[in-house]
Design a protein around this ligand. Structure first.
Ligand SMILES: Cc1cc2nc3c(=O)[nH]c(=O)nc-3n(C[C@H](O)[C@H](O)[C@H](O)COP(=O)(O)OP(=O)(O)OC[C@H]3O[C@@H](n4cnc5c(N)ncnc54)[C@H](O)[C@@H]3O)c2cc1C
Ligand SMILES: *[C@@H]1O[C@H](CO)[C@@H](O)[C@H](O)[C@H]1NC(C)=O
Ligand SMILES: *[C@@H]1O[C@H](CO)[C@@H](O)[C@H](O)[C@H]1NC(C)=O
Ligand SMILES: *[C@@H]1O[C@H](CO)[C@@H](O)[C@H](O)[C@H]1NC(C)=O
Length: 433
């Protein structure tokens, strides 16, 4: 079970002297990179921001292959970045993007033996404070939940199993149309004069220490689809929001022993049409199995999209590169094709709470890959914001490379708060040194 510790394959590209310069270069056009570029271009209108994305469109990787659930912030340790950024991000999404979000609520359903689990989640929710990022916290609990009896929850969702004896109702949970949301982020960036460069891949990053003209910073070499030559861009500050590829840039200049390991956990979805889901109007989550560690995934749950389409997923399946070949950092892309090998197990998992569903109604839908910093037995792992500098000089402290690592769920929910954290805390801190 090998983790990948690869870096960018920079050897193919010789160092080039930069022909252009930018204040902020954001690498990666998923929800996180877009939210950061939006925040930068709105906040620093007198400085330049460019976002580069290797695919022809935004969000082609993990940002379009997830459950599209706005999480409430229930599951992670109370003082973790995941909890704080999730709660903050959730509120920002509902407030700023009302037409792309819908607060439909979720039910975590429990059998008799699982009752203590929902009771402990409820107890925890009662004590969660509003994160300090709220200067004037709303006049309501940060995370409202209510315990329901089996009868109460079956009144809300009549097709739930009689084995379900209770549920935790979480009205703050919702859904988001991630595609229209990303289009809005793009529009905001362009409106505040940020630049978006698609079909453009960063192939090499070098720290720039010579202070000949612009001072310290980073030289990023990019290749644009269809161009014969690469371009080198000098960036005063580089933000690495490349999701599954995020460790590659940092690893390219770290010694082997210090490199960041990356694990990949595949999650498959099945669409469903058939009996056993009459009038479903809430997201429905099972309690995670004891054996199946709850930090790895939340169990095969039911989600609804904006068109009312029902899907089940995602399951958790760690994937590993082949041992023999030099590991290809993009090996995971071969696993994006959904297959029907997961359907029987999914049907079994869902039948425990929705006994009327039929295997024939499950169709493979899509697959997403979680960027994991820990392996299958790893336990809780928070988001990581790593800062590197071109060298040890004082000057260079103004030119960070900020890498966002392990931005798995709730990364979509948190993206606006992640952007705020990077811009207002990490970069503001840098400027004050
Ligand atoms: C199965 C699954 C279910 C999930 N469910 C939820 C959920 O319900 N709610 C929730 O809040 N979160 C959920 N998440 C998490 C959420 O999807 C991610 O946290 C979020 O999409 C991460 O966004 P990102 O911008 O960091 O990464 P990405 O979307 O992966 O974006 C990174 C971008 O960088 C680009 N890139 C990479 N390398 C380069 C390069 N060298 N040059 C240029 N561009 C490059 C890529 O093409 C990609 O577009 C889920 C994740 C998975 C896998
Ligand atoms: C940009 O504007 C801010 C105020 O909005 C100012 O503090 C800062 O010095 C300006 N930066 C540059 C590079 O002009
Ligand atoms: C981004 O960060 C990741 C994770 O550390 C690293 O592997 C990757 O090389 C970085 N990319 C850039 C462009 O710095
Ligand atoms: C689902 O609920 C509907 C409406 O209450 C009911 O007619 C149907 O029999 C239920 N099916 C199952 C499998 O519980």
């Amino acid at each position: 079970m090998q983790a990948i510790r690869a870096g960018l394959n920079s050897a193919k590209y010789a160092y080039k002297t930069p022909e252009s310069a930018v204040d902020y270069l954001v690498v990666g056009g998923g929800v996180v990179g877009l939210a950061i570029a939006r925040c930068l271009s709105q906040r620093f209108s007198n400085q330049s921001t460019i976002l580069v994305e290797r695919h022809p469109r935004a969000g082609e990787e993990t940002s379009s292959r997830n459950s599209e659930v706005i999480h409430s912030g229930l599951y992670y340790p109370p003082d973790s970045l995941k909890t704080r950024l999730c709660i903050r991000g959730r509120e920002m999404l509902y407030d700023h993007f009302p037409s792309h979000t819908r607060k439909i609520g979720k039910l975590v359903v429990a059998t008799e033996t699982q009752r203590p689990y929902i009771e402990s989640l409820h107890k925890k929710a009662q004590t969660l404070p509003w994160p300090s990022s709220f200067t004037t916290p709303p006049d309501r609990p940060a995370l409202f939940t209510r315990l329901l009896s089996g009868e109460e929850v079956r009144r809300m969702e009549p097709n739930l199993s009689d084995d379900i004896v209770g549920a935790l109702f979480c009205p703050e949970t919702g859904i988001i149309d991630s595609h229209s949301f990303m289009e809005s982020l793009e529009k905001d960036i362009v409106d505040s004069e940020g630049d978006l460069a698609y079909s453009t891949r960063v192939v090499r990053v070098d720290p720039a220490t010579d202070s000949s003209n612009a001072g310290p910073g980073w030289v990023a070499q990019v290749v644009t689809e269809g161009a014969t030559e690469s371009d080198a861009i000098f960036a005063k500050t580089l933000i690495n929001a490349t999701g599954l590829s995020a460790p590659l840039i940092v690893n390219s200049f770290l010694p082997e022993a210090k490199r960041i390991p990356i694990f990949y956990a595949r999650g498959s979805y099945a669409s469903y049409s058939g009996p056993g889901i009459s009038g479903i109007s809430h997201l429905i989550y099972p309690c995670p199995d004891k054996e199946n560690h709850r930090f790895q995934g939340l169990g095969t749950h039911l989600t609804l999209d904006f068109n009312g389409k029902v899907k089940f997923g995602p399951d958790v399946q760690y994937i590993f590169p082949s041992e023999d070949a030099a590991p290809d950092p993009d090996f995971w892309s071969r696993y994006l094709v959904p297959d029907d090998g997961r359907l029987a197990e999914m049907h079994r998992a869902v039948s425990r709470y929705l006994p009327g569903v039929k295997l024939e109604g499950f169709q493979p839908d899509y697959v997403g890959i979680r960027p994991k910093l820990v392996g299958p037995q790893g336990g809780f792992q928070d988001f990581v914001f790593r800062t590197d500098y071109p060298d040890d000089t004082r000057e260079s402290q103004h030119s960070p490379l900020v890498s966002l690592l392990g931005i798995e769920s709730p990364g979509l929910t948190s993206c606006l708060a992640i952007a705020e954290h990077v811009v207002e805390n990490i970069l503001a801190d840098v400027d004050r040194r």
